[in-house]
Design a protein around this ligand. Structure first.
Ligand SMILES: [Zn+2]
Ligand SMILES: [Zn+2]
Length: 221
């Protein structure tokens, strides 16, 4: 396994975390990940490579807080047919497999909230933009908050479920920084508030703290 694919593996682990946290998928709920190194059933956690503290996304001062419970319990009959491989990231792929929704969530992490701001950044027709924003609200990734009454206008804020996608985007971003260099430097710099150092993440075993590599992990069904 190359270094390149190990880093993508971290993205996969954090994606699976997100799926398990927010969706009830019987096949996935019953899977346990075992870390061969320590022999324990574990849950992957994201930490800073520099200070070894957990990494969480903290919205800026203007973002506010969404109090809704966003856990959605859904059942699907199509899982048996699809098998575990396709089940792991099913909800995430449905959501972010579309380039516009993926871009909208990424822009929300940059602090964008309003229709016009999103539209300025993305070369997308307004009806499609409206449609994708509605989808992300329906899926509990964004919540709407009115910022003007007449005419009524909404801001779109990341919910807790949406903020939890940070690990998905940050692992992809780090991967891109390393393997898809344009020669112009990194497109985005991340800082860890706990230690004020630039952020490089590691995905680790919550039982022994070692960085996870695919060859040292197996599934227990
Ligand atoms: Zn730190
Ligand atoms: Zn371990």
């Amino acid at each position: 396994m190359t270094k390149k694919s190990i880093e993508l593996y971290h993205n996969g682990l954090m994606t699976m975390n997100w799926e398990r946290k927010y969706f009830s998928t019987p096949e996935l709920d019953s899977v346990e990940l075992v870390h061969n190194r320590c022999g324990k059933v574990f849950w992957p956690i994201m930490q800073s490579d520099y200070c070894n503290q957990d990494v969480v996304f903290i919205p800026g001062p203007g973002a506010g807080k969404d109090q809704r419970v966003t856990k959605t319990r859904r059942r699907s009959s199509s899982i048996q047919r699809d098998g575990l491989g396709k089940t792991l990231y099913r909800h995430l792929i449905n959501l972010l497999g579309d380039r516009w929704t993926a871009n909208l969530v990424a822009l929300a992490f940059h602090g964008l909230k309003r229709f016009d701001d999103f539209h300025k950044e993305l070369p997308v027709a307004t009806n499609i933009l409206a449609d994708r924003l509605k989808l992300l609200v329906n899926e509990g990734i964004f919540c709407q908050r009115a910022y003007r009454q007449s005419p009524l206008r909404y801001e779109y804020h990341l919910t807790d479920k949406g903020q939890d996608l940070f690990s998905y985007f940050s692992t992809l971003l780090e991967w891109g920084d390393k393997w898809c260099q344009t020669g112009k430097g990194k497109p985005m710099l991340m800082h860890h508030l706990s230690c004020e150092q630039s952020l490089k993440t590691q995905v680790r075993c919550d039982q022994c703290g070692e960085t996870l590599v695919a060859t040292e992990v197996h599934f227990k069904l």
